[in-house]
Design a protein. Structure first.
Ligand code: VAH
Length: 321
């Protein structure tokens, strides 16, 4: 059985659905602090309401199902974390410790835990950021991801736990709305463009950030988890990349489909977070070690996002009639 913690989140909901396609719905347990709202997630397999900080409940869950793999995706993201630093640190770190210790106890074969480009900071080289480089994150989220990477490497080296990790760029998907990320303007922009609304962008027009379309992020995650252990040379977290773009560039891409789409730029506190992150990532180590190769560039993502968002909205309209 496979456990996905944080299964209702932006990444978790899509990863759970893909894992259920691969392993069968009944073999993938979705766990989160609140029940799923998405019908396909709710109706495709078992759900367990749980707080990853509740050690007792986590132990009972593991005894009930005997997990072979655990994907631990529950975390507070960058922007939200800055509003509640101590809670963000507690959830992100104690949640990880609970999962790592549980995995050791239950002899779980594989643990997956996401890191982020947020582990890099203002002194990190911002172009083609290397796999090994200076890391001075200045968000609680980034600090928790940097510390989390060190602990994952420690549990591998000291206890032999096969835990694997990717430093995701900003992730863009159409199924679940994101929660509190600095890159999430790039999801909201598609919804507003489709609704014919003017989009207020909280980053300035030339803010370049590493980004990835959700299908590529899901493929990278499953390719990494399923790669033979001897191919995995990086045990803190792999740099991962697909594209980099600015609000100006995603706007131009959208206008190829919706010519009169309008955007206004109103940078807020998230601008400082974005300015502390890399503008492009060198993921050659992931390419060499386990054959990573993205499929979607900006225009391919825009086309697929608008097509699927429109389909979802039409279905929702039909359902409400
Ligand atoms: C965030 N979407 O913005 C997340 C991600 C690289 C960004 O870590 O916090």
């Amino acid at each position: 059985t496979v456990l996905v913690i944080g299964a209702c989140g932006q990444l978790g909901s899509e990863l759970t659905l893909e894992l259920r396609n691969m392993y069968g719905g009944a073999n993938v347990v979705a766990a989160d602090i609140a029940a799923p709202k998405q019908a396909d997630l709710r109706d495709s397999g078992p759900f367990e309401k749980i707080d990853v900080l509740d050690v007792k409940a986590m132990g009972e869950l593991a005894s009930k199902y005997k997990f072979k793999q655990i994907y631990h995706l529950a975390a507070v993201l960058s922007a939200t974390g800055e509003k509640n630093p101590k809670f963000a640190w507690k959830l992100n770190m104690d949640g990880l410790f609970n999962v790592l210790d549980l995995a050791l106890e239950q002899k779980v074969e594989r643990v997956y835990w996401p890191s982020s480009i947020a582990v890099f900071g203002p002194s990190t080289p911002r172009q083609n950021t290397p796999q090994q480089t200076i890391m001075d994150p200045n968000t609680v989220y980034g600090i928790s991801k940097q510390a989390g990477e060190r602990w994952c490497a420690y549990y591998f080296e000291k206890y032999g736990l096969d835990v694997r990790s990717l430093r995701y760029p900003g992730l863009i998907g159409y199924k679940a709305l994101p929660g509190g990320g600095t890159t999430d303007y790039a999801v909201d922009i598609y919804h507003k463009a489709l609704e014919g609304e003017i989009f207020e962008c909280f980053l300035s027009e030339n803010t370049f950030l590493p980004m990835m379309y959700m299908p590529d992020a899901i493929k990278a995650t499953l390719d990494l988890v399923h790669a033979p252990a001897e191919q995995i040379k990086v045990r803190d977290s792999y740099n991962l990349s697909a594209m980099s773009f600015s609000p100006e560039e995603i706007t131009a891409s959208i206008r190829k489909h919706i010519p009169d789409f309008e955007i206004v730029y109103k940078p807020d506190s998230r601008q400082q977070i974005a300015d502390s992150w890399p503008q492009s990532i060198d993921d050659s180590t992931a390419q060499q070690d386990w054959g990573w190769k993205p499929a979607f560039d900006l225009d391919a993502m825009t086309e697929d996002m608008l097509l699927n968002l429109k389909k979802m909205k039409d279905e929702q309209t039909l359902a409400h009639q």
